[in-house]
Design a protein around this ligand. Structure first.
Ligand SMILES: [Cu+2]
Length: 132
């Protein structure tokens, strides 16, 4: 009986789920919303075109490297600038900072650009050890 209770407890404990976040590219003015986003390591970001001729490209030194629009370069998609209602999903497995921009309307840290800050999920990390 105790064993069954423990099993039920384990099954009822929610697994740590990676979350998805959305960043939308807009025109008038050219911008990403939200331009600043903080996520947990392992989360995904879906970049969406909300209107206009855009793509999303990681800045040099970003924690993740990507060039996306209709999907991402190197992942079966095409990161070329596009005015279709594209979307592309990028996973951020590691903590750090990922600046990104639109090649038509921005550059690293300027114009149509944004920043994703990836933090470690310290509460649920597999290697978490309580302090002594
Ligand atoms: Cu743009």
């Amino acid at each position: 009986m105790l064993r069954m209770s423990l099993l039920c407890l384990l099954l009822a404990t929610p697994a740590v789920q990676a979350a998805n976040h959305t960043v939308t590219a807009f025109s008038g003015p050219f911008r990403f919303e939200p331009a600043s986003l903080t996520i947990q390591a392992g989360d995904t970001v879906t970049f969406v075109n909300g209107g206009g001729f855009h793509n999303v490209v990681s800045d040099p030194g970003a924690i993740a490297t990507f060039r996306c629009a209709n999907g991402c370069d190197g992942a079966g998609g095409n990161g070329d600038l596009s005015n279709t209602s594209w979307s592309a999903v990028v996973t951020f497995p590691d903590a750090g900072t990922a600046g990104y921009h639109c090649e038509a309307h921005g550059g690293p840290g300027t114009g149509m650009a944004g920043t994703i800050t990836v933090v470690d999920d310290v509460l649920f990390a597999d290697d978490f050890e309580p302090p002594n």
